[in-house]
Design a protein around this ligand. Sequence first.
Ligand code: FAD
Length: 391
Amino acid sequence: TLDHLVSDFYRYQDLLTPREAEQVGRIREMFETRVKPIANEYWARAEFPKQVIPWLAELGTLGPFVPEVRQFENSALYRGWVALEMGRVDASVATFVGVQSGLAMGAIHVGGSIQQQADLLPRMARGELLGAFGLTEPLSGSDSARGLRTTARREGDEWVLNGAKRWIGNATFSDVVVIFAKDEADGQVKGFVVPTDAAGFRADKIEDKIALRSVQNADITMVDVRVAESSRLPGIRSFKDVATVLRLTRCEVAWQAVGVAVGAWEAALAYAKERQQFGKPIASHQLIQDLLVRGLGNITASIAMCVRASQLQDQGLQADEHSALAKAFATARMRETVAHAREIMGGNGIVLDKGVARFFADAEAIYSYEGTREMNTLIVGRAITGQQAFV
Ligand code: FAD
């Protein structure tokens, strides 16, 4: 049986099937015993602990939504809970999984031909082939639906790619990157699986980040990179298809954000019970209890929203605005919760080894990636008013 997290106040975990709960237990144990002890050290050195990749694959965390490669039939709720468990211990490793599994494998699952899926997805699920997702550019972040400058030109049986990408997670060590580019002929966004050793392709690590330091983000440049027509994902015909991938991953990022809030909150609760001031534990002060209870409320409300968004996904009823609202809400509540956790720790809240500082810093990146709060708000705003307010 799976122990209840003290932060799972309403026992949402009981919604998992016995098989799902068992697997969550394995993943939790792996993260607590093998990731937690090394997370701060790798974060401080801004290195990714690559030794975890085979374990992540063994535990079935890569591509669990793909019927052909998943280890067992599972629900979106299960996959969300796994994102929570990973975020609760190390948001950088959770982000690695989000990029490999949700974004790169997701793009191939949504847009790839049967042959591309059969060729790439099993190897990616086993962690033998690492992927990245190249959408954002130096001059186009929030407006990537219309503002991409990377171009694709068809020449016979080949495509020639030119342009730049920024922030591309895992791309410094991945084998392939799904690159989104505008077709010079029809102006539509298309997707290409580009090998990182292709001539003219370059990925440089972005240095000196203050959040998700273990995630290796790259600035990519492409000068006349040639790929075969067979590398084009035929199901990516416009930005709408990219949005389909993001709809699924945003919901998981919302879950991951809950995990980050949970990790910080649990550390702050333990500290509050232990730390004595004025002759008694700080947990006995009303103002500290207020911060802890507000954090618990944030976590509980966010999980409720994520649970329902995941159920809608399984029922085929999840729309872009459902995952956008979950992502915007859960990340905003995460940001408040980690700030309060930091506050409860006093000065110890800003040092890595006391257990909250890393969550506090990482929350800033999660708040902004996969659509900023503003962008996700405008997606929901458009759905409820019928008016698009992006431009
Ligand atoms: P901008 O788009 O320049 O926005 C700056 C600010 O302006 C934001 O607050 C934004 O909300 C606001 N803004 C913009 N337009 C409007 C508007 N119309 N109305 C109101 N406010 C507006 N991308 C990938 O493709 N692949 C990855 O693997 C990847 N990984 C990432 C990992 C990390 C750690 C980070 C930080 C980013 C990653 N990204 C990745 C990029 C991420 O998706 C972008 O940072 C995000 O979309 C925001 O784009 P931007 O940073 O260019 O900000």
